[in-house]
Unconditional design. Structure first.
Length: 404
């Protein structure tokens, strides 16, 4: 009997705890619904926002003046297909390559000046395809595009040769020196030679290391700060703040400083592991790297503290932080390039600090430069805006409580 009594008491305590947890969930149906609908809506937005087509590569064709080839942009656009966007046909390779190095273009296609002589001598005419990519996937994609372009040129040459027919044969008989052209040159008069102007050709691990660094820093900053004010509100510490002379601005400034110190320690440790542990190239100056990481942490802390102000429980704060993480994985450019999303989804992607952090860190570490300066301004403006909004919301909460 005593044994059964002990078991019954233990079972009662277990069921009471289960009942308490169920009550907490049922009292907040909106939080429970967000846990289900949040990931579903993100997945739906990801599917509807992705165009399914990679953006065409902005391309300039360089045709030397000695070549008797068409100069119309539309002619080469029809020849290249939808994978390329032929913006201009130029005669100067240096200007096009300068634009490529400044990343104003994706591809530069240079036609060989000795194309006719090369074919007559039994050699392949080499079409140079230059690009500037550190992404291994885009590097492979550009090489495939170059191969397809050379095949399209070969088809055009063979088509014109067949159309000319007997006239071409008579012209060849009129020449004094007849060179035996190999069959492989007749079948493919041109071949593509690819040139990648990027300073390094990183592996998949080295390319994604800066992206993971930005994602980890944002997630850690958002998670730590998202639980801060919620815990103080639930523990009763917020009541002391309401009657103390401390202002909302002072409270948030202190939290920013504390979390910034923790984030700095994490950032230094992760950077050392990425650079010296994984061997990821670090071509940019360390001070610039520190500045970018500071902006990412600053904006991320603002996002996390905003969640902490609007969340009414730890469970809801964790859920919102998880939704931010899922949105960052889907839309920041880690899975798919941001340019491949529709405009509305792209705006959502640029709201996330990690989106700018990924681009800036990859450019700085793998190229040694910052290509998109506007993203630094966006991070700074976003961080200041989140700080001001959170301060106003926290001040309103404190005033309402005092008045109440």
């Amino acid at each position: 009997m005593n044994f059964l009594f002990v078991v019954a008491k233990s079972l009662t305590r277990v069921l009471s705890q289960a009942h308490k947890e169920l009550l907490q969930v049922t009292r907040r149906p909106a939080a429970f619904a967000s846990l289900i609908l949040g990931p579903f809506l993100l997945m739906a937005l990801f599917g509807a926002g992705f165009t399914g087509v990679r953006s065409p590569l902005s391309t300039v064709l360089v045709i030397p003046p000695e070549l008797a080839l068409p100069r119309e942009t539309q002619f080469y656009q029809d020849l290249a297909g939808p994978a390329l966007k032929v913006t201009a046909v130029s005669e100067r390779a240096d200007e096009a390559l300068t634009m490529l190095s400044e990343r104003q273009l994706d591809l530069v296609v240079i036609a060989p000046a000795d194309a006719t002589r090369a074919v007559r001598e039994g050699r392949h005419a080499e079409i140079t395809v230059a690009f500037n990519e550190v992404d291994p996937a885009l590097d492979t994609y550009a090489r495939v595009i170059a191969y397809n372009l050379s095949q399209a040129v070969n088809r055009e040459i063979l088509t014109r040769a067949v159309e000319e027919g007997e006239t071409y044969a008579l012209k060849r008989l009129d020449t004094e020196d007849l060179t035996e052209i190999p069959p492989e040159v007749i079948a493919a008069p041109t071949t593509a030679v690819t040139v990648n102007q990027s300073p390094v050709s990183p592996s998949i691990v080295h390319f994604f290391a800066p992206a993971i660094l930005a994602l980890i820093l944002q997630h850690m900053a958002v998670t730590m700060s998202a639980l801060s004010l919620v815990r103080e509100r639930l523990s009763g510490t917020m009541e002391l703040f309401r009657v103390s002379p401390a202002t909302a601005l002072e409270l948030l400034t202190g939290k920013y400083i504390g979390f910034a110190i923790i984030s700095t320690v994490l950032a230094v440790a992760i950077v050392l592991l990425v650079v010296y542990g994984l061997g990821t190239p670090m071509l940019g100056p360390p001070l610039a790297l520190a500045g970018i990481l500071a902006l990412v942490v600053f904006a991320s802390l603002g996002l996390g503290l905003l969640i902490s102000v609007i969340a009414d429980s730890e469970r809801q704060a964790v859920q919102l932080a998880l939704l931010v993480l899922l949105a960052s994985v889907f839309f920041s450019g880690i899975v798919l390039p941001v340019q491949d999303f529709r405009d509305v989804v792209r705006i959502l992607a640029y709201v996330l600090p990690v989106t700018h952090g990924i681009t800036l860190l990859q450019d700085l570490m793998l190229r040694g430069e910052i290509g998109q300066l506007w993203q630094i301004a966006v991070l700074a403006v976003e961080g200041v805006a989140l700080f001001l909004v959170t301060t106003l919301l926290l001040r309103r909460q404190l005033r309402r409580s005092v008045r109440g």
